[in-house]
Design a protein around this ligand. Structure first.
Ligand code: BGC
Length: 714
């Protein structure tokens, strides 16, 4: 409908007709809204409906969205409420809808922003065809503690990688025009610092220093805001005594005033009410007041706004301005989504866009590029002389367990197991036995095979929301069998499924190869078969540091030097008496089926002005006999600054594909402004001085150079 009015004008006009209850109704999101909520809908006391089974919906399968029901509910809102304001339907579409993509931490391992964007655009189409126009993703919580189960939902430990992928995800979900019926509003969560939960215990207190907060935890959210994300979710946690929903500095001064974010700010599930449990308010009334005044627009399911805000305004304890401001943002999103023009879902859309071959091809490519080859003594890809394979391990026959946490709509019958995929791909003359149940039988059968493929790791139920663990070891029992097999000298190819980095020290020593598959989604089985037989390469690189033991946590590559950096002779041994210091596998690491060399590091100017850009290059060569993909990484260190700076920080990366023997010059151009940090005066700035830089294959290797940033570039 062309009204000839701008979105702001339409919002203004509508707002002027709304009663106080209708206004606060828009700020109220209800879970499992049904036809039995007729009165609430007709009276305009709800603005958004959430399809989630419970407070920790990611752990539970629900019945899915019934389109007839959704359209009927919408009909009530549009045709039977006084102002006919459509409802906004929301659901957690975290890593795909029916086409289940690898979990986000796996997607991050692809270091491939283009594919992450494509996957998000497919998820958007499928969700939109299912009536969902608002999703609560991407999760942009930087995490340095894999005990926290939600590490699986994020893009890892690094602000640069996470920010790039954040922007891609936003573009994928939202596109250029939210009114496209196949685009949906995204929501960056959980703002902010949630990934810093002490001890990795979900929902726990965080105590993040203000500089780390600004320089490490916030950048991905800023990237999403700059990309025009439609909404942001305020987190459950507190930081330094202030719960997110009471943090006006964060929600208003940073988000609205500094970043100019004008989208919708929603709470996490029931979080408004939980301010009482945090112990900073007496009751729901105070909770509603403080969260609104801190900057919140919408209350997810606690019912506190709708119960308390109208009387607070009526009694003159709260002015109408913050209510109006919040309602404007919510209505504006609804107008931008085209909900007033097209409130109902076209039921024929699904057939055209759900689970298409193109969608599956994207899931396959993403699974292949996100699996990380951590060790290979040469056994992979499997060679012609291998005639007998024993496939074992808990995941060999799994289907939905390959999906990962937060899979609400993926279906078992639409995916295949590793066993099925391997059987279809077995070369002529190769025999495969499969046994997963009896350890003694597995060991006996292993004796007469050339290789054991062990599909092990953690069930998706061990990661995700409210699933923290104290030990990063493999689940009980798995290693015992493998030890018995290894002791007989039978080579083991371990395929590890997980939602987090596990401490796989033993595997890295004794398995012939370790392929870290994460929870790889709907095409995971096929991706594994194709990788093991060498049809494609495992293309992933780690987005997070892998520890040797749980006790090394927190361990991350962009740590500070300390006053007593380790001398080179001690670098490996470090500070622990009982464990080596270095990670088992560093951030950025991953092997290929070919090998690459780096040479001829160059920098265009090694004295650079603060307004200028750093231009560096190096030559990367594929030395092997097969085509291969490499992720070339550019790191920087600020040598002297007014506050301590990390020993290395990723500033740019590029995924490239080189033919056998091919050499390519890889250039990076990075604005000097990207070297800024929160300095001694709490000012985000670039401090002139000396910098080191590296171009290499991961955070521990690479060619080293230097440059100097000067005020005028001389
Ligand atoms: C989670 C959010 C999620 C919301 C809605 C909460 O428990 O923390 O990430 O989006 O539930 O399901």
């Amino acid at each position: 409908m062309n009204t000839g009015l701008t979105v702001d004008e339409r919002v203004g006009k509508l707002l002027s007709q709304m009663t106080l209850t209708e206004k606060v109704g828009q700020m109220n999101q209800i879970n499992n809204l049904g036809l039995d909520h007729g009165d609430v809908i007709r009276e305009g006391r709800v603005g958004s409906a959430l399809y989630a089974s419970s407070a920790t919906a990611g752990n539970v399968r629900d019945a899915g969205v019934d389109l007839d029901n959704l359209n009927a509910i919408q009909k009530m809102a549009v045709e039977q409420s006084r102002l006919g304001i459509p409802l906004l339907f929301a659901r957690d579409v975290i890593h795909g809808h029916r086409t289940v993509f690898p979990v986000p931490i796996a997607q991050a391992s692809s270091w491939c922003p283009e594919l992450v964007e494509k996957a998000a655009s497919i998820a958007a189409k499928e969700a939109a065809a299912n009536g969902i126009r608002w999703t609560f993703t991407p999760m942009l919580d930087i995490c340095r503690d894999p005990r926290w189960g939600r590490i699986t939902e994020g893009f890892g430990e690094d602000p640069c990688l996470c920010s790039r992928l954040a922007a891609s995800a936003v573009r994928g979900y939202q596109g250029d025009d939210l009114s496209d019926p196949l685009k949906i509003a995204a929501c960056a969560k959980h703002f902010a610092g949630y990934g810093g939960a002490e001890g990795g215990r979900d929902y726990n207190t965080t105590d993040i220093g203000y500089r780390s907060f600004r320089d490490i935890f916030l950048p991905p959210f800023m990237a999403a805001a700059n990309e025009g994300i439609a909404s942001i979710m305020a987190a459950f946690n507190e930081i330094d005594g202030v719960p997110a929903l009471a943090n006006k500095h964060m929600l208003t001064e940073i988000l609205r005033n500094e970043w100019k974010f004008d989208g919708v700010l929603i709470s996490d599930w029931n979080a408004v009410c939980e301010l009482i449990d945090h112990g900073i308010v007496q009751d729901k009334r105070e909770a509603a007041f403080i969260s609104l005044m801190s900057g919140l627009d919408m209350d997810m399911v606690s019912g506190t706004f709708i119960a308390e805000l109208p009387s607070l305004v009526d009694e003159g304890k709260l002015s109408i301005e913050p209510v109006d401001a919040a309602v404007k943002r919510i209505l504006s999103l609804k107008f931008k989504l085209g909900l007033f023009e097209r409130p109902f879902v076209d039921k024929t859309l699904g057939k055209k866009v759900v689970l298409t071959p193109e969608n599956r091809a994207c899931a396959l490519a993403l699974a292949q590029k996100s699996m990380v080859l951590l060790k290979n003594d040469g056994i992979l890809p499997l060679k012609k002389d291998i005639k007998r394979i024993l496939l074992t391990g808990e995941f060999a026959r799994s289907r939905t367990e390959l999906f990962g946490t937060w899979t609400l709509d993926g279906r078992s019958e639409e995916t295949g197991s590793v066993e099925e995929a391997l059987s279809q791909r077995l070369p002529d003359g190769v025999h495969m036995d499969v046994h997963i149940n009896y350890p003694d039988e597995i060991v006996r059968m292993a004796r007469s095979t050339d290789v054991v493929i062990a599909c092990i790791g953690e069930h998706p139920g061990r990661s995700g929301e409210a699933n923290s663990i104290v030990s990063l070891d493999l689940p009980p029992g798995q290693l015992e069998r493998l030890k018995a097999i290894a002791d007989m000298g039978i080579p083991i190819v371990a395929v590890v499924f997980a939602g987090r980095p596990l401490a796989i020290n033993w595997l890295s020593k004794r398995a012939a190869a370790v392929l870290y598959a994460w929870h790889p989604g709907i095409e995971g089985g096929r991706a594994i078969a194709e990788i093991l037989f060498g049809d494609v390469e495992p293309g992933g690189r780690l987005p997070v540091t892998f520890p040797r033991a749980t006790g090394q946590i927190p361990i991350y590559y962009n740590h500070k030097p300390t006053g007593r950096p380790l001398p080179p002779s001690l670098k490996e041994y470090g500070r622990y008496n009982d464990c080596l210091d270095q990670p088992l596998y560093p951030f950025g690491f991953g092997l290929s089926y070919t090998s690459f060399t780096y040479e001829k590091l160059e920098i265009v100017k090694n004295r650079i002005g603060t307004d200028d850009s750093i231009e560096v290059s190096c030559t990367v060569t594929n030395n092997g006999e097969r085509e291969g993909e490499e992720v070339v990484q550019f790191y920087v260190r600020d040598c002297v600054a007014s506050v301590t700076r990390p020993v290395k920080e990723l500033k740019a990366f590029r995924r490239i594909c080189l033919a056998p023997g091919e050499k390519r010059i890889i250039n990076f151009t990075v604005p000097v402004a990207e070297l800024s940090f929160t300095n001694i005066n709490m000012k985000k700035t670039v401090e002139p001085g000396d910098f080191l830089f590296w171009i290499g294959p991961n955070s521990m290797e690479g060619l080293e150079g230097s440059f100097r940033v000067t005020v005028d570039g001389d």
